[in-house]
Design a protein around this ligand. Structure first.
Ligand SMILES: *[C@@H]1O[C@H](CO)[C@@H](O)[C@H](O)[C@H]1NC(C)=O
Ligand SMILES: *[C@@H]1O[C@H](CO)[C@@H](O)[C@H](O)[C@H]1NC(C)=O
Ligand SMILES: *[C@@H]1O[C@H](CO)[C@@H](O)[C@H](O)[C@H]1NC(C)=O
Ligand SMILES: *[C@@H]1O[C@H](CO)[C@@H](O)[C@H](O)[C@H]1NC(C)=O
Ligand SMILES: *[C@@H]1O[C@H](CO)[C@@H](O)[C@H](O)[C@H]1NC(C)=O
Ligand SMILES: *[C@@H]1O[C@H](CO)[C@@H](O)[C@H](O)[C@H]1NC(C)=O
Ligand SMILES: *[C@@H]1O[C@H](CO)[C@@H](O)[C@H](O)[C@H]1NC(C)=O
Ligand SMILES: *[C@@H]1O[C@H](CO)[C@@H](O)[C@H](O)[C@H]1NC(C)=O
Length: 852
């Protein structure tokens, strides 16, 4: 039986994913049809430029182990065509390599070509240069936009065809997308419908041999499939726009993005699982997690304004590539349960039964012995016992139980059996490079280069008043210097009184540092909900001529919104208050401009351009000094754990390793005030929305910045930091992301059924005892049981505590089974625990173990 099962699986896998021959991909109202077979598909968004090629195979494999069938990615136009007709498909932008890794993993690919992608990515993925091609309005019926869009989409499709990557050619791509959530913004565009029709017709004419989709586009023209994006699939309002189109959920958001200065959003695994189970219960057939691995906005790719460099998204795989537990594990269990129902779900029509006021079952019974049922408790507060086919089932509030045989529950979305992990960022001091000729025995040797506060080299231009920041830099840099000078008379009262005049600045965004006579006077910035800001600060002026230098900055270009590319940034007003004459308005004065910084212009972060400036060497780098470049040659951190650069003690700026762009850093603190409270506790029950469960008040928005291991050389690594306003570089560390412990909490009523054998051998045989399963990362073992309680323990991983019901031998039992092992299972049996304890309560076992 077992052997047969094994052979069957191998055979099945081979035929399912045999890409050597062309597949016929079509669809009907139920699902995608691949070579005549209907499919239920679990899809996972992983964006190739948000990690590095060295991480791609591991990420894709982790997705596959998590029960994912399809990898989904956008195509990042502005990364591929940085200037008109100059293409980049190298490194992080090697789309063909990414697609082939998906293919080798035996998975499908959904290619969302865009060209607009939003994605919290700089400028929504459209190249900035295109905005300056006369007559262009992005995403509209304007000739230059359509010309460049068609040219790019044709290029991508032809590249995929050349490599035989469409399923119609034997490749992994089963779906492609054109445009992205355009339906939400049509009202801003003249001729929007013409543009939609043209986009669809143009895409279809590219003859990929696989279907096209448009998300959030209710009127997607045939044969393009309209699809849905949100936290829950809305069966009440969303309908496929033709009776032969299936229900596809292209974006289920298992977390949310973050902006600098904003709180940290969380979505519970139980609620995501509930939303997914509900989708398949009600006849959905393709569900995509946006994001499954969020990754990193390296360099200046973060959109904005104010998107953080981390795009972790609280996704099932974390920014560093590690499975996020229990989220990843819980969804894996869910996917397994759904796949056990695939046959029944695809072969029969559901019958909906009411099981209570807010409880219902959907039963897929073909009357020939194939039957699967989903029992839902949609009440957001009350747990319920329901009776289905004469059997009683306990349904926690806001949960779905999955019964692949209409009898046995193999999964309940609110019962998390997967272990959680305790993660630490373990700091390691920067180590001077042994191989470096400049190594100092005493420790690190720093090289320093300080930028002039104001114009360097030749000024770019002088004009009266202000210019639009983005129109001026064209996003080639974050930075734009505005300089002017004022003459202060000897007779100014403030000089005699020793007081200080006040500088008042208004800006459309995004951030600013104000310098007078080379001294930083203060900084100001907007935020993710309002990029504009006002600056108000006393300044130091002297009698005679004073140089005013204002460094205006963008922090990522807008990623969405109607006509978003026309939204400006930069200064609109500058005044000085508290002079004899009252207020001096400099808004229409003569201002001299310089685009970017000297070090940036010369590329002194690139190993080959290091000598373009004169660095000053020191073993004691200056602290709290603005406009300073720091360079240090270091060895890689020990071990092979993922690495985050700890910038807690720095101000704001940019960082590079060996010329690779780590990105913007800015450990700006999340404000702590009444209007912006943090959640004490997160209840998974009830509808989720992005502000439901926020944490991080009073903490830095982003402290650690991912530095991929593959960027390190064995020795002689050049770390370059540009600090804008001042920090302490001696406190910078490479911190290693380590799993220091694992936890699990399981209740006696946890559905414990050996899922595969259940369907094969009949219900009772498959039943097993619930058990707590723990597994430490490779090369580590369970060295200590920090907590163990059988009874009614409470709390979360890291802070469990015993309740009034507790078996005192819990720790001894767990130690006996687990100590010294990498992996162990503790069953909730009479042999192990005193089951007579506190009769009438459903008991739980909670364990926290240390891995070392
Ligand atoms: C592809 O499948 C559809 C139905 O799913 C069928 O109508 C069509 O003939 C098939 N095309 C080829 C080339 O096999
Ligand atoms: C777009 O195409 C649809 C048919 O798919 C048609 O009914 C509609 O009139 C077209 N709209 C425009 C503005 O061309
Ligand atoms: C449930 O029980 C009733 C009464 O005992 C019986 O008539 C019915 O067939 C049972 N239904 C199922 C689905 O077993
Ligand atoms: C963003 O700035 C605006 C205007 O200063 C302020 O009202 C708002 O509370 C800020 N929002 C956040 C999330 O900090
Ligand atoms: C940017 O420049 C364009 C002309 O190229 C102009 O139409 C537009 O209004 C400017 N944007 C802003 C925000 O000033
Ligand atoms: C102050 O006002 C006087 C008289 O109106 C004018 O001559 C002088 O230039 C002003 N000084 C400044 C700093 O604006
Ligand atoms: C850096 O050096 C390379 C090679 O010498 C040169 O081509 C490039 O223009 C320089 N500048 C920058 C910004 O990288
Ligand atoms: C729970 O559901 C009730 C009734 O639908 C609703 O009024 C309430 O706002 C919901 N609460 C939460 C937390 O979702």
């Amino acid at each position: 039986m077992k052997l047969f099962h094994f052979l069957f699986l191998c055979f099945f896998t081979n035929t399912l994913f045999n890409f050597s021959s062309a597949a016929n991909v079509t669809y009907d109202a139920r699902s995608l049809i691949i070579d005549g077979q209907h499919k239920l598909l679990i899809s996972a968004s992983i964006h190739y430029p948000r990690s590095v090629p060295g991480m791609w195979p591991g990420l894709i494999q982790t997705a596959k182990e998590g029960g994912v069938d399809v990898i989904d990615t956008y195509v990042f136009w502005n990364g591929h065509e940085p200037s008109p007709g100059k293409y980049n498909f190298e490194g992080r932008y090697d789309l063909v390599k990414f697609a082939k890794i998906v293919q080798q993993a035996g998975m499908y690919l959904m290619l969302r070509i865009g060209p607009f992608i939003c994605a919290e990515w700089n400028y929504g993925g459209i190249p900035v240069w295109l905005h300056y091609v006369p007559g262009t309005v992005f995403r509209s019926d304007t000739a230059p936009f359509k010309y460049h869009m068609q040219k790019f989409m044709t290029l991508i499709v032809n590249l995929m065809k050349k490599e035989k990557l469409f399923a119609s050619q034997g490749g992994p791509i089963i779906l492609s997308q054109v445009e992205n959530e355009y339906g939400n913004y049509e009202q801003f565009y003249e001729g929007a419908k013409r543009y939609v029709n043209w986009s669809a017709a143009m895409s279809v004419s590219l003859n990929t041999g696989v279907p096209w989709i448009m998300c959030a586009q209710d009127d997607a023209p045939d044969p393009v499939i309209n699809t849905f994006n949100s936290f829950y699939f809305d069966f009440d309002t969303f309908k496929p726009n033709s009776p032969n189109k299936p229900k596809f959920w292209t974006e289920n958001w298992p977390g949310w993005f973050r902006t600098f200065g904003a709180r940290d959003p969380h979505r519970a695994a139980e609620d995501i699982a509930y939303s997914v189970a509900h989708f398949f219960q009600k006849g959905g057939s393709l569900q995509n997690y946006y994001m499954y691995h969020g990754g990193t906005n390296f360099g200046r790719t973060a959109g904005g304004p104010f998107m953080t460099t981390s795009y972790d998204y609280e996704a099932p795989i974390d920014e560093y590539g590690l499975p996020r537990l229990p989220k990843w594990g819980h969804l894996k269990e869910l996917h397994r349960a759904i796949k056990l129902c695939e046959h029944a779900l695809l072969k029969s029509k559901p019958t909906t039964l009411s099981l209570g006021p807010n409880q219902e079952a959907d039963v897929y019974d073909n009357g020939l012995g194939v039957c699967a049922a989903f029992l839902a408790n949609n009440d957001n507060k009350t747990d319920m016992n329901v009776v289905f086919r004469n059997v009683s089932y306990h349904l926690p509030a806001w949960s779905v139980s999955i019964l692949p045989d209409c009898k046995n529950v193999v999964h309940n979305t609110a019962k998390v059996g997967s272990q959680a992990s305790v993660l630490k960022m373990v700091p390691e001091k920067l180590q001077p490079s042994v191989g470096s000729p400049t190594r100092s025995l005493k420790g690190l040797k720093w090289d320093i280069f300080v930028e002039n506060a104001g114009i360097w080299g030749v000024a770019d231009f002088t004009t009266n008043g202000f210019v639009d920041h983005i129109n001026t830099t064209k996003d080639t840099t974050d930075y734009l210097w505005h300089t002017t000078s004022i003459t202060v008379g000897e007779n100014e009262e403030f000089l005699k009184k020793g007081s200080r005049p006040v500088l008042l600045i208004e800006s459309l965004g995004h951030a600013l540092h104000a310098f007078v006579n080379q001294e930083l006077q203060g900084s100001a910035s907007g935020n993710g909900s309002d990029s504009s800001f006002k600056f108000k600060s006393p300044i130091s002026l002297k009698a005679g001529k004073n140089e005013i230098a204002l460094l205006s900055m963008t922090v990522g270009q807008k990623t969405a919104g109607g006509l978003y590319e026309w939204v400006g940034a930069g200064l609109t007003s500058v005044k000085i208050e508290g002079l004899n004459n009252g207020t001096l308005d400099l808004s229409m004065s003569s201002w001299t401009y310089k685009i970017g910084l000297k070090g940036e212009h010369l590329g002194i972060y690139n190993p080959e351009n290091l000598s373009a400036v004169k660095w000053v060497s020191t073993s004691e780098p200056p602290k709290n000094q603005p406009l300073t470049w720091y360079k240090v040659v270091v060895d890689p951190p020990s071990g092979d754990e993922p690495v985050g650069l700890d910038m807690l003690h720095m101000g704001k700026g940019l960082a590079w390793l060996n010329g690779e762009e780590i990105g913007r850093y800015w450990p700006i603190e999340v404000p702590k005030h009444l209007a912006l409270e943090c959640a004490e506790e997160c209840d998974y029950r009830g509808k989720f929305f992005q502000d439901k469960c926020l944490t991080g008040c009073g903490e830095p928005t982003q402290r650690w910045y991912h530095v991929p291991r593959s960027w390190f050389k064995p020795t002689g690594n050049i770390l370059v930091i540009f600090e804008e306003k001042g920090g302490d570089p001696t406190k910078i560390t490479f911190s290693k992301r380590k799993t220091s412990g694992v936890c699990s909490l399981i209740s006696e009523d946890y559905p414990a059924v050996d899922q595969e054998s259940m369907l094969k051998e009949g219900s009772e045989n498959g039943r097993t005892r619930p058990n707590v399963h723990l597994k430490c990362p490779k090369d580590t073992r369970i060295s200590n049981i920090k907590f163990a309680s059988f009874g009614n323990p409470t709390g979360k991983c890291g802070s469990y505590s015993t309740g009034d019901c507790h078996d005192p031998s819990s720790t001894i039992v767990v130690e006996k089974v687990c100590l010294g092992k990498r992996e162990c299972s503790v069953e909730l049996t009479e042999e192990n625990f005193d089951k007579s304890l506190c009769p009438g309560t459903t008991k739980k076992l909670a364990i926290e173990a240390v891995c070392s």
